[in-house]
Design a protein around this ligand. Structure first.
Ligand code: UDP
Length: 239
């Protein structure tokens, strides 16, 4: 059996990673595939929590650029992340993985409120905790929510699952000369403006020395590979 390198992991999934090829909404096949990987990770005895974005449904910034009030649009974005959180909970529970959804915005009929100590207890009991509704504050992103929650629960690492297999010097789809970084420092990310996480999330990780691994979550088995310490994707850490 594979031996985990990380013991307490926060997996950040973009909303888009649930959309599959359709590019929007939730693709049942894609979410089931990710749920199966999560199940494998939990079976290794790893404490796993999830933060899922909402970009497959609604993005505050995009709506505000078309004239909507930014704060209202951001609250809608946070609600979108709850839709994804509930979908992921359903996919995981169907395959026998115990989960709890905790929301940063009170909605007691559908999810527990975010309570740090309770989240830690769930993780100790082997439950997957899905943190929904971002940070609960407009003008933030789910990347920042992921950094914040990871710090609060004492995670060893943030795994940022994307559709690309790491961080590149330029967009590999547009620039044939784009090269992939295997390792970066937080300062590199901030100075070069690389699309790892937004600046708020990156500086939060830098201040608390929390490594981030950016990897391709759409390839089967990659979550387990990263957790077992295989060098795939790009790792961002202190120098
Ligand atoms: N959002 C927010 N505060 C948070 C987290 C998210 O206002 O703490 C809103 C914001 O409008 C954002 C949307 O929720 O556009 C969806 O999150 P995000 O864009 O981070 O999702 P992803 O790109 O990861 O799918």
């Amino acid at each position: 059996m594979a031996k985990p390198f990380y013991k307490n992991v926060l997996l950040k999934l973009s909303g888009e990673s649930l959309a599959g090829d359709q590019g929007y909404g939730i693709d049942p096949h894609t979410i089931t595939t990710i749920a199966n990987e999560v199940k494998e990770v939990v079976a290794l005895g790893v404490q796993l929590s999830l933060v899922i974005g909402g970009g497959n449904i609604f993005r505050g910034l995009a709506a505000s650029s078309k004239g909507m009030d930014r704060a209202s649009a951001d609250y809608m974005g946070m609600l979108a992340t709850m839709i994804n959180a509930l979908a992921m909970q359903d996919a995981l529970e169907k395959i026998g993985v115990d989960t709890r959804v905790q929301s940063a915005i009170a909605m007691q009929e559908v999810a527990e409120p975010y309570i740090r100590r309770r989240a830690i207890r769930h993780l100790e009991k082997g439950r997957v905790v899905i943190f929904g509704a971002g940070t609960g504050n407009p003008f933030f992103t789910t990347d920042t929510a992921a950094s914040l929650r990871a710090m609060e629960i004492g995670a060893d690492v943030i795994l940022k699952g994307t559709k690309v297999d790491g961080v590149y010097s330029a967009d590999p789809k547009k620039d044939p000369n784009a090269t992939k970084y295997t390792q970066l420092s937080y300062i590199d990310v901030l100075k070069k403006g690389l699309a790892v996480m937004d600046a708020t999330a990156t500086s939060l990780c830098m201040d608390n020395n929390l490594p981030i691994v950016v990897f391709d979550v759409t390839t089967d088995g990659n979550v387990v590979r990263v957790i077992c310490g295989e060098q795939i994707g790009t790792i961002v850490k202190g120098e």
